[in-house]
Ligand binder design. Structure first.
Ligand code: GAR
Length: 208
């Protein structure tokens, strides 16, 4: 069984999609060992508790420096010995020490077709605001492995979503979640849990 730990910052609809997919058998060979948030009060932790998954928080506000927070975050992740760390709307930069220690074992969902609308400053609703400002007709979501760069690791999966003329950032965000994110992220976890993909020369390949 793949031991999966999910890191979240907000509402946790992607977390819910993962919880539901494990419960329904859409994701197999996977155990959700913990959900961690940088924010004590978010709905995500409630979703985890409702599903009987340990729900923990490590908040930067409780530490004197970023370095101390980073250390505590890594220590907490280590405690659960995950095989895979899933960033499901985790809006905190992953400490370099953690990226190195969990190299090839951290995935992130991003609400655009990378390399469009990604990198520093592109997170959550802002991504959709920028896509609408630019007037793109197609957007989507991307699951990728996490490396030292921001949204730069090997791409696991992408799914395109149409932009409609009257979209607001909120409407587009919801469509991208429904048509792409909540499908892609569980699929990626299932693929990893069942050994269907591998990173070869910095690119994700599907094994036959
Ligand atoms: C999702 O749209 C996710 O793709 C995005 O935050 C949202 C979290 O929603 N992540 C990023 O922007 C990462 N750069 P959720 O808490 O309802 O899953």
């Amino acid at each position: 069984m793949l031991r999966v730990m999910v890191l979240v910052s907000g509402g946790g609809t992607n977390l819910q999609a993962i919880i539901d997919a494990v419960a329904s058998g859409t994701i197999t060979n996977t155990e959700l060992v913990a959900v961690l948030s940088n924010n004590k009060t978010v709905k995500s932790l409630e979703r985890a508790r409702n599903a009987g998954i340990p729900a923990i928080s490590v908040s930067p506000k409780d530490f004197e420096s970023r370095a101390e927070f980073n250390e505590a975050l890594l220590a907490k992740v280590d405690e659960y010995q995950p095989d895979l760390v899933v960033l499901a709307g985790f809006l905190v930069a992953i400490p370099e020490a953690m990226v190195h220690k969990y190299n090839g074992r951290i995935i992130n969902i991003h609400p655009s077709l990378i390399p469009s609308f990604c990198g520093v400053g592109y997170y959550g609703l802002k991504v959709h605001e920028k896509a609408l400002e630019r007037g793109v007709k197609v957007t989507g979501a991307t699951v990728h492995f996490v490396n030292e760069g921001m949204d730069e690791g090997p791409i696991v999966a992408q799914k395109a979503v149409a932009v409609e003329d009257d979209d607001t950032p909120e409407i587009l965000q919801r469509r991208v979640m429904e048509q792409a994110e909540w499908i892609l992220l569980p699929q990626a976890i299932d693929d990893i849990a069942n050994g269907r993909i591998a990173v070869v020369d910095g690119k994700v390949k599907r094994l036959k």
